[in-house]
Design a binder for this molecule. Structure first.
Ligand SMILES: Nc1ncnc2c1ncn2[C@@H]1O[C@H](COP(=O)(O)OP(=O)(O)OP(=O)(O)O)[C@@H](O)[C@H]1O
Length: 273
């Protein structure tokens, strides 16, 4: 039998298909000059195992919505459930992992030691920590770099390490805020495919913020198109593409058609064209 850590065993069971359920949610930031309607009347269901991307122009509330799911921001009104419970309980039960735009690794810790940190905080055994780190560094292809320091790795490798760190706690849900936004296109392509492999291998639910239409099309089962002032959802598009994807899919008519549908949804609302 698998020796599960008590933290994992005590998690509320996430029954049903829904991983994130948002109903009529609004969030207003009280700023000095005027309040900012960052999110307005958001309704969204994210099912277990889905790969959902938030896309939209700067300031439309993508990060804010991700942070509400993560319990890092509080809604002004409306309801949200994460894994059938409140975002606060989901956070306390370590139901999600969060990957930021910048890798946010401690420079004085090795890659292994950075990955260990969340497990040290939750007092997991050293044996368990090492097994998890080995498993996920292997999955992101960094097994030979575990004793390096972050500054000895490229930006893409650092981001892979931060993904491994997030996975070490075995979260059911992975929240990623433009994790590859700062990387060159070739590295981004490579990491997109790596992320798809991890998603397929682990069956986790992924919520991913991006500015890139091709990235959203390549990765997602569902694309949530958002619009600013106030931040709201314009359209949720279910991808007709297969769940198993390769880069060659980008040359297909189906890929271009989906990209055009997203572009149109963005343009209809903002007259970007
Ligand atoms: N802590 C805060 N206080 C006041 N306003 C905020 C705060 N955080 C975000 N905002 C505002 O809320 C709106 C949504 O911001 P958010 O960062 O969620 O947008 P975004 O779509 O993620 O943008 P980007 O693509 O540029 O990262 C913006 O107008 C932003 O200025």
């Amino acid at each position: 039998m698998n020796a599960l850590h008590p933290d994992v065993m005590n998690r509320p069971t996430t029954s049903g298909r829904s991983m994130v359920e948002v109903n009529n949610l609004s969030l207003i930031f009280e700023a000095n000059d005027a309040p900012v309607h960052a999110l307005s009347e958001i309704n969204l269901t994210i099912h277990k195992g889905d790969f959902v991307s938030f896309i939209g122009p700067s300031g439309c509330g993508k990060t804010t919505l991700l942070r509400v799911i993560a319990d890092l921001e509080q809604a002004t009104s409306g309801e949200i459930k994460v894994g059938g419970t409140s975002p606060n309980d989901a956070r306390l039960n370590r139901m999600y992992g969060y990957v930021f735009q910048a890798p946010a690794l401690f420079p004085w810790r090795t890659i292994r030691s950075n990955c260990a940190l969340p497990m040290e905080i939750s007092a997991q055994s050293k044996t368990h920590q090492h097994a998890q780190i080995d498993k996920y560094l292997q999955m992101v292809g960094l097994q030979d770099f575990h004793n390096k320091f972050p500054w000895q790795l490229s930006g893409g490798m650092q981001q892979r390490a931060s993904i491994a760190r997030a996975l070490c706690l075995e979260p059911e849900l992975l929240l990623m805020d433009e994790p590859f936004g700062a990387l060159d296109e070739i590295t981004r392509d490579h990491l997109n495919i790596e992320l798809l492999k991890i998603w397929e291998a682990t069956g986790k639910t992924l919520v991913f913020v991006t500015h890139s239409i091709p990235e959203a099309v390549l990765l997602s089962t569902h694309i949530v198109v958002m619009s600013p002032r106030p931040g709201r959802i314009v359209k949720v598009i279910e991808s007709p593409l297969p769940r198993h994807k390769t880069l060659s899919l980008r040359d297909t008519d189906a890929f271009h058609a989906l990209a055009a549908e997203i572009r149109q949804a963005l343009a209809e609302d903002h007259q970007l064209d």
